[in-house]
Ligand binder design. Structure first.
Ligand code: AMP
Ligand code: ZN
Length: 113
């Protein structure tokens, strides 16, 4: 699978892993849009939110749970943060492997801030 996020998940592309378990991996966004900008991805290659199967809804809940955990550990749980999933071309999705953005550490405005 020629997918950059799959390669990060397997370790084929080395990088800083902030959290991992058997289902998800979290790592810093390479072009941070905020002081905290973390991507949380499933290990499984799901191309987009639009391609979720009914069996994957718990997985997305788990991704949100890990976002909350990382927000707390990163000290932004009280100040506030944003989770974003871009879906498809007009939704602003560039990388075709499902990912959740965790953004915080400054006052966020519209869109991705
Ligand atoms: P999206 O527009 O929702 O598809 O977001 C893709 C995000 O992935 C962007 O914020 C990129 O900066 C980020 N990104 C792309 N390649 C990498 C990489 N190799 N490591 C970390 N983040 C990446
Ligand atoms: Zn992938």
């Amino acid at each position: 699978m020629d997918c950059v996020f799959c390669k990060i998940a397997t370790g084929e592309i080395p990088g800083k892993i902030l959290y991992q378990d058997d289902k998800v991996v979290a790592f810093p966004d390479i072009h941070p849009a905020a002081p905290t900008h973390i991507l949380i991805i499933p290990r499984q290659h799901i191309p987009s939110l639009a391609r979720l199967s009914d069996n994957d809804t718990a997985l997305v809940g788990h991704m949100v749970k890990i976002a909350n955990k990382l927000a707390k550990e990163g000290g932004i749980a009280e100040s506030g943060y944003r989770v974003v999933i871009n879906c498809g071309k007009e939704g602003g999705q560039v990388v075709p492997h499902l990912h959740l953005h965790l953004l915080g550490g400054r006052k966020l405005t519209d869109g991705m801030g």
